[in-house]
Design a protein around this ligand. Structure first.
Ligand SMILES: C[S@@+](CC[C@H](N)C(=O)[O-])C[C@H]1O[C@@H](n2cnc3c(N)ncnc32)[C@H](O)[C@@H]1O
Length: 302
C-alpha cells in the first residue's frame, strides 16, 4: 500500500483524514454564500458544517471570523473556494445546457450540493462518487432538511483508488451518450496510479461531445510552500495538514495526456477568473495557490 493510501484509509467519513477537507470547503462556501458580493450561493453548506462535531464551531459567516478577510483561511482561501465553485458551476451548466450532455459525474463529490441548487435541464442524471462515510453523513444531513434534488441524483459509495467503473456503469451510466465529468479539489489527494486510471477511464467512457474539468497542482516541490499562510492557517485553525494529505508523488501531465488522446484542453490559473469576476484571490508571496490550475477539456464529436 502506498503512503498516500495509508494516510487516506484511516478515517472514511468527514470526521478526519481527507474527508474533513469536504467540511472545510463547505464552510468556505457558507461564508461565500453570505457575502454581499458572493459568486456562488449554497444554502446547504452551513448545515453540513453545523451537523458534524468536528466542524460545529467553525465559522459560517465572515463576521464570525475575528480578523475577517485578513484571515488567510476564511478570507483568501475561502474566496478561492467560492470562485472555484462559481467557475465550475458555470462549466457544468454550460456543458448540459449548450453542450447537450445529460449525465454528470462528480468525482470526490464531498458535500457538493449542485444536484439541489443548480438549474438542470430535464433528463439529467448526476452521479456523485465519494467514500461511503462521506456520502452517509451527507445523506443524513440532506434527509434531515427534507432536501429535494432538482435532478436525478445517484450517490455512488466507492473509493477512487479501487475499481469504480463497475460501480458507475452498474448505477446506470451510459458510455454511449455524452457526459460531463468533474474532479474538483480531488486529484492531488490521489496516488498517481489512480489519477492515471481516472483519466484513461474518463476517455474510454466518454462519447464524442463529452467534457471534463479538473483541478491540479503543478508545483514540483509542494513542501516549498509549507510555511505559506494558507497551509499554516489551515493546520493551526482546523488541524488539517493539507500537505500531509496530498500525495507527495510527482504528478502526471493529465492535460497533456488527454490532448494526446485527441481531446482539446485549456489550462488556466484561478487568478484569470479572479480578474474575470472582479473578486477572488490574486497572486502573493509564498503562495500555496501558485501551482493551482483549472483544466477544461472537450472530446470532439466524431
Ligand atoms: C476537498 S474535498 C472536495 C469535495 C468537493 N469536490 C468540493 O469541492 O466541495 C475532497 C473530497 O475527495 C474525496 N476523496 C478523497 N480521496 C478519495 C478517494 N480515494 N475515493 C473517493 N473520494 C475521495 C474526499 O472524501 C472529499 O470528499
Amino acid at each position: 500500500m502506498t503512503e498516500t493510501a495509508r494516510r487516506n484509509t484511516g478515517v472514511g467519513g468527514v470526521e478526519g483524514g481527507v474527508g474533513l477537507t469536504a467540511l472545510m470547503v463547505a464552510a468556505a462556501r457558507a461564508i461565500e454564500t453570505h457575502r454581499h458580493d458572493s459568486l456562488a450561493q449554497d444554502g446547504f453548506a452551513e448545515h453540513f458544517v453545523r451537523a458534524a462535531p468536528a466542524s460545529a464551531d467553525w465559522p459560517v459567516r465572515l463576521r464570525q471570523v475575528p480578523d475577517g478577510d485578513a484571515n488567510p483561511l476564511w478570507g483568501r482561501f475561502a474566496r478561492y473556494f467560492g470562485l472555484r465553485t462559481r467557475v465550475l458551476d458555470d462549466f457544468l451548466l454550460r456543458s448540459v445546457h449548450t453542450g447537450g450532455a445529460r449525465q454528470v459525474v462528480l468525482f470526490g463529490a464531498g458535500l457538493d450540493s449542485r444536484a439541489f441548487r443548480l438549474d438542470w435541464p430535464p433528463g439529467c442524471v448526476l452521479f456523485e462518487i465519494d467514500r461511503e462515510g462521506v456520502l452517509a453523513f451527507k445523506h443524513g444531513v440532506l434527509e434531515g432538511l427534507s432536501a429535494v434534488p432538482r435532478t436525478t441524483r445517484v450517490p455512488i459509495a466507492v473509493d477512487l483508488r479501487a475499481d469504480w467503473v463497475t460501480a458507475l456503469t452498474g448505477a446506470g451510466f451510459d458510455p454511449g451518450a455524452p457526459s460531463v465529468w468533474l474532479a474538483e479539489g480531488l486529484l492531488f489527494y490521489l496516488p498517481v496510479i489512480a489519477e492515471r486510471y481516472l483519466m484513461e477511464t474518463v476517455d474510454r467512457l466518454s462519447a464524442g461531445g463529452s467534457a471534463l474539468a479538473f483541478e491540479v497542482k503543478l508545483e514540483k516541490d509542494l513542501m516549498a510552500y509549507r510555511d505559506s499562510p494558507l497551509y499554516t492557517s489551515t493546520k493551526h485553525q482546523l488541524g488539517i495538514d493539507l500537505l500531509g494529505l496530498f500525495s507527495g508523488e510527482p504528478r502526471p501531465d493529465s492535460a497533456g495526456e488527454l490532448t494526446d488522446r485527441g481531446w482539446s484542453a485549456s489550462v488556466h490559473t484561478p487568478f484569470e477568473f479572479t480578474h474575470r469576476h472582479g473578486r477572488g484571490p490574486l497572486p502573493e508571496e509564498n503562495d500555496a495557490l501558485a501551482g493551482n490550475r483549472w483544466v477544461f477539456a472537450d472530446k470532439p464529436r466524431s
